[in-house]
Design a binder for this molecule. Structure first.
Ligand SMILES: CC(=O)CC(=O)SCCNC(=O)CCNC(=O)[C@H](O)C(C)(C)COP(=O)(O)OP(=O)(O)OC[C@H]1O[C@@H](n2cnc3c(N)ncnc32)[C@H](O)[C@@H]1OP(=O)(O)O
Ligand SMILES: NC(=O)C1=CN([C@@H]2O[C@H](COP(=O)(O)OP(=O)(O)OC[C@H]3O[C@@H](n4cnc5c(N)ncnc54)[C@H](OP(=O)(O)O)[C@@H]3O)[C@@H](O)[C@H]2O)C=CC1
Length: 284
């Protein structure tokens, strides 16, 4: 199938990044969120990223304007009625995603592929909220989207081969590298990454070392570009907690229990970089 028009649902850090790379690759993009202010925040992000490219003379100002002009804004999901592909990047919550997919199933044309950027939730269960499970697929981008090469592509139980191929082609057009994985909690990326982050949080909780020391060990000792606690703040501590809960519930194994300190921070509203405070403090 030839994808031309894309709707990205959720204009947060992932949705704005996905909208940016789609528009840069020439797709017409509708960026949808619940409120205009969230979309404006997303567009501001995109604008800043593109301006950096202009400043580095990798893109002209005219090209930047062309990219921005390919992105339109939406606060009405009905605007999905003419798109070929929806990439959902709303909050990591099964009930919210199921409700969105059920609505999108009603609104979009029959040929439309419904993809989710979920970082851990079962694709098969999200697909079951629609009458087109063969057209539902996981398209898991990494953060920051404009920089990271990987897109994990996850087939649900019913995902059709041609839908997989369309999403694989689309990923290549975005200059990303597709890697196919099966539908298990956390897929591959977060099944491996998130227990390491959770263990780093236990290491703070048990007073083994400060966040700075833990991050230094992993950066200087293991050559990780960011320490695990900086990375947790970057991903969002709410998202880290939801992923650990999905792993814990999905596998029923206590090795995936979320650290109580992670729960406490999320309850306090310390969500990391996006809220201004997590393991570190940030200017908002
Ligand atoms: C939770 C999930 O479901 C899955 C996930 O996404 S897990 C998270 C996966 N991501 C990671 O692990 C990221 C780990 N961190 C890194 O790779 C690096 O620290 C980083 C790429 C984010 C920044 O790299 P750095 O060398 O420390 O900083 P810096 O030199 O400022 O930036 C390098 C490039 O990234 C760009 N960049 C940095 N942060 C960016 C952002 N938030 N958005 C867009 N571009 C960004 C910079 O503009 C720069 O671009 P150029 O090379 O084209 O000039
Ligand atoms: N953070 C990361 O590193 C990664 C995250 N992901 C996944 O991407 C998704 C988004 O994460 P991220 O961008 O970090 O989260 P953010 O919190 O930055 O953004 C989520 C956005 O979606 C909006 N939203 C919530 N519910 C709805 C809805 N019903 N309809 C439309 N928009 C909605 C939110 O609005 P409001 O602010 O009001 O809640 C917010 O603007 C999650 O599923 C996450 O697991 C995947 C890869 C990496």
């Amino acid at each position: 199938m030839n994808v031309q028009k894309v709707m990205v649902v959720g204009a947060g850090q992932m949705g704005s990044g996905i909208a940016q790379v789609c528009a840069m690759a020439g797709f017409e993009v509708i960026l949808h969120d619940m409120k205009t202010e969230f979309i404006e925040r997303g567009i501001n992000n995109i604008n800043k990223n593109l301006q950096r490219q202009v400043d580095k003379e990798r893109m002209s100002s005219a090209e930047k304007e062309d990219v921005l002009n390919r992105i339109s804004q939406s606060v009405d999901l009905q605007n999905a009625e003419k798109v070929d592909l929806v990439i959902e990047a709303a909050v990591e919550n099964m009930e919210i995603k199921k409700a969105l997919f059920a609505q999108l199933d009603e609104i979009t044309p029959q040929h439309t592929i419904l993809a989710t950027n979920t970082s851990s939730l079962p694709i098969t269960e999200i697909a079951a909220a629609t009458k087109r499970p063969e057209k539902v697929i996981g398209m898991h981008f990494m953060n920051p989207v404009p920089v990271m090469k990987l897109v994990e592509i996850i087939r649900g139980l019913a995902t059709a081969d041609e839908v997989y191929e369309t999403i694989e082609n689309m990923t290549n057009k975005l200059s990303k590298v597709p890697v196919e994985v099966n539908d298990f909690p956390g897929f591959v990326s977060n099944r491996i990454l998130m227990p390491m982050i959770n263990e780093a949080i236990f290491t703070v909780y048990e007073g083994v070392a400060t966040p700075e020391a833990i991050d230094d060990v992993m950066k200087l000792g293991m050559n990780h570009p960011m320490g695990p606690l900086t990375l947790a703040d970057f991903i969002g501590l709410d998202t880290c907690l939801y992923i650990m809960e999905t792993l814990h519930e999905g596998f029923g194994d206590d090795k995936y229990r979320p650290c109580p300190l992670l729960r406490k921070y999320v309850k306090a509203g310390w969500l990391g970089r996006k809220s201004g405070r997590g393991f570190y403090t940030y200017e908002t």
